[in-house]
Design a binder for this molecule. Structure first.
Ligand code: SF4
Ligand code: SF4
Length: 78
């Protein structure tokens, strides 16, 4: 999937990672489902994932979860 900067901004605007039990605040903005971000540098423990409730998730028709620990949607599709 080709991802432009505007799309990334839109996804970040919809991202609800910061409400997730797994969220660790280390200055990241979420958007881990996007290949331009992918895995988090600080979230290591999976304590749940709220991606299923995210508008960006629904719009993109994503199927995997826990992008912060497992990698972006593209990465997990490989
Ligand atoms: S699907 Fe998950 S990682 Fe992607 S924008 Fe939504 S909450 Fe963030
Ligand atoms: S990708 Fe999923 S598990 Fe990771 S912080 Fe976002 S909502 Fe939580």
């Amino acid at each position: 999937m080709e991802i432009n900067v505007n799309y990334a901004d839109e996804v970040l605007g919809m991202c609800i990672c910061m409400t997730c039990p797994s969220w660790v605040n280390c200055g990241e903005k979420g958007g881990y489902c996007l290949s331009m971000f992918g895995k988090s540098a600080c979230i290591k423990d999976e304590k749940g994932c709220v991606c299923l409730q995210c508008q960006a998730f629904k719009r993109a028709g994503l199927s995997q979860i826990s992008f912060c620990t497992r990698g972006s949607a593209d990465e997990q599709s490989k």
